[in-house]
Ligand binder design. Sequence first.
Ligand SMILES: [Fe+2]
Ligand SMILES: [Fe+2]
Length: 442
Amino acid sequence: MVAPSRSDLAPAAGSTGGRLAAVQEMARLQRLLFEVEREFIRTATTLIYRVGEPELKYLLCQHVWESAGHARFLRERGRELTGFSGGEDVRDALRQVFDEAVLPADGGMALAGFYRVLKPALLRAYRHYLDVTDHLADWPSKKLVEEFILDEERHAREITPYLLSGDATDAWAAHLSAIVASRGGFLGESAPAPLPAGFAWESAARCYTHPLTCNRGRYPTCSSVFSFDPAETPIVRPWLVDPATDARVIRIMVYVWLMMEMDAVDYLATVFYDTPAAPFDLHHDLARHLWDESRHSQFGFRQLPKLGVDLMTVEHSLDLYHILIHMPPHERYAMMTMEFEAGSFPTKATVMDRIRELNDFEADTLLAFDRNDEQNHVRYGHRWLPEIMALAGEHRPVDEFVRATQEKFKVLAELHGGRTPHALPPERRLTGEKIVRLVGAR
Ligand SMILES: [Fe+2]
Ligand SMILES: [Fe+2]
């Protein structure tokens, strides 16, 4: 063996980059994948309140949460690799793709764009990553990407029953496909194809805005499911805490309450798009919060029919979305975490104690997990409200801001609340009186 000369030991210009080029190239691809998942979370959430079918809303919340998991693991692995880069921002060229995808006024058409074009492009990108990486050298990334591919394949199967086709939808899918092709895919894994002659970006002409109402599809709607009148609404406020109320009545009322956390699903889903500069961890925790609320809503949606309730008689309340959509995102988030969630614990505790009389282990379990999740949501609120306020340029002390927001909500509730008449006549809709008759209580 020949001893190295001085000149062999001296670092050559750019040698660090040269030695780690293979790592840097894979880190560059992981960074792109991280940014695509981030943008999916920011924009696919706009589908949730625009589609009407509860099962589809629940599925979208689950997919968004799984995307947040992918993004988090990509970021953690990426940070182990030279070249991933420290920040979390998304490059403008990628953002432009997703800002285009949200634009169809029709929720079903927008859904088709995301799931017929963008998600398949992401799946191709993950498969490309797996093809080009060294399975021994980059084993940690390989294991993650194999998992993500299974998730993406499952997402494709799960969403298929909800995907529309038809001339207008097909044309929109072709429009988005041309954009993806012009980039050569999300990772540049194929040769870029020039945009067709006369191609026009919709996002050059207009911006996306949230609809002023949320879609509940074929289900009947109303302003609120809470009142003091057992002939009007299913949840009768004083009955929830009245020791004389039959526990079986309370069980149905609390399942209606849980199902109506669909409100929270719909208005929380609006916050992502409105906070493009949020740190990733904020969107990660919001995605968890969103998925939790969709599970809480499913507790009611799945249990009520088992107790003899026809879901087509349960009106969906729209007031909270209608009011909150007139507030900026940090005010929506403040009302949710600091008012609605923080304020719900005492009543729910009383309700849980009454439900235990029934020896209904499933109901006890669902309520216990709901309570545990809600405690986390209030913690998220304390963690993230100051950050989301700062993003919006709001610098008042948090307490002062929350009090002012509560007052503003009252004013907006006068203006925008109570505007949705009962879709069903009293004889057809579920009310407190009907619940009493249903369970055979006195
Ligand atoms: Fe909840
Ligand atoms: Fe919550």
